[in-house]
Ligand binder design. Sequence first.
Ligand code: ADP
Ligand code: GLC
Length: 488
Amino acid sequence: MRVLHAGAEVFPLVKTGGLADVMGALPQALVAQGADVRLVLPGLPAIVRGVDGQRLVCEIGPMFGAARISLRLGTVGFSGVPAYVVDAPRLYRRDGNPYLDASGAEWSDNLQRFALLGWVAAHLASGELDGDWVPDLVHAHDWHAALACAYMAAQPASPARSVFTVHNLAYQGLFDAHDFHLLGLPGRFMLPGALEFHGRFSFMKAGLAYAQRVTTVSPSYAAEIARPEFGCGLDGVIRARGVAVSGILNGVDGKVWDPASDTLIDARYCATALQGKARCKAALQQALRLAVDARAPVLAVVSRLTAQKGLDLLLQALPDLLAHGVQLAVQGTGDAALEAAFMAAAQAHAGRVAVRIAYDESLAHRMVAGADMILVPSRFEPCGLTQLYGLRYGTVPVVRRVGGLADTVVDASDEALAEDRATGFVFDAATPAALSDAVTRAVALWGHPGAWQRLMLRGMAQDFSWEPAAGHYMALYREMLGTELASD
Ligand code: ADP
Ligand code: GLC
């Protein structure tokens, strides 16, 4: 079974969030289950530099405003997964964020940049670009790759199937109607049942409308996006797809996130030898200039600082949390106003609140290992990975009951504690009071070291590996491809 994964990011080369972690880990898990997987990636500088052993497959174009486009095939060294690199210097060879310019605005040619990615995926699927390897199925991730599904639908002769995974419905790739012609798609693709969205057009809709199957990254989020509250204006489109939409929970890459082998943290530990975690905590407190105090619970946040993540609630609840003796460590980048507010909080509470406005993979590991609790108070959360990392590292998650957070953390209610099921603290309302109440309950249990350790160990024993998720994707692929490929 040949499967082409199309996406804009891949760990460890280009990462702005969890999408990269998924693009890095899921293909390997699929390979382990017998699939023949390749990636197709935009030739961003780190991808051109980081994909090993590239050889030319073909030259394409000129198109989408790029004079020279080379398609090369190499390997992502980290995973050994083969990857096609779409090298279009004019569109992709620029430093900084893959989606935004230095001022934080969308790159003005994002239409062309991500149309090209989808176009290449679709034309690999039709066999026009690489006759040596033609995928049976294209799996496109998020709006950046979604147009692959429309280009495939525009070539009815193409036998390849398509799956589209929504990692975040809030980012849709919306463009002005008068630029539709730049896509090179027939006019019928601009109808309301196709890409048209309130007088503009939407890349996200190309995936939602034309992929044979749509998945999202947790079962709860799959149900939520069919409702106006979470549908970002697309809930009707989701509902119309009916049973073609399903949720498959993400996993954790145990090669990257495992406290027993993690070389980025200050000391290694595991469920049967927890001493290292105390060393990680002291080292983190020291590095962040928090008071080095084993008795003060350290609450960590590792997150993009955007409205999605609900961190404004944390800012409002902060005086309450500090009154409970909590130390807060925040690592993130994003909205300027949130960055400034967290910096101000750190200044006002030196030694008790530490803030690092930085994207730093190594610090993220030290935060997850060194903290006692990890907070994810999101307004919506398609899956969420940091709470899963927290569970694995014995860092108890405190999360809002939404999306993948609801699917992965069991609240420490009296009943769940008595039944030995609890793994964290879950709150419902998106209010500072509800967040504060959950942290208060966590701090109360923290005061009972035996009970706290049982909670930690239960979290560490959870299996959130990629294997079950890959098994679900394989079953979906097999169902779509029919039985003749099932035993490939
Ligand atoms: P999202 O994809 O919505 O940002 P996830 O929880 O799925 O949320 O994934 C976030 C990923 O990005 C995690 O791997 C997390 O460790 C990482 N991350 C977020 N912010 C930072 C940061 N400032 N530095 C390093 N890693 C970060
Ligand atoms: C998105 C979501 C996040 C999810 C990640 C990987 O960025 O916001 O919840 O974990 O994609 O699927």
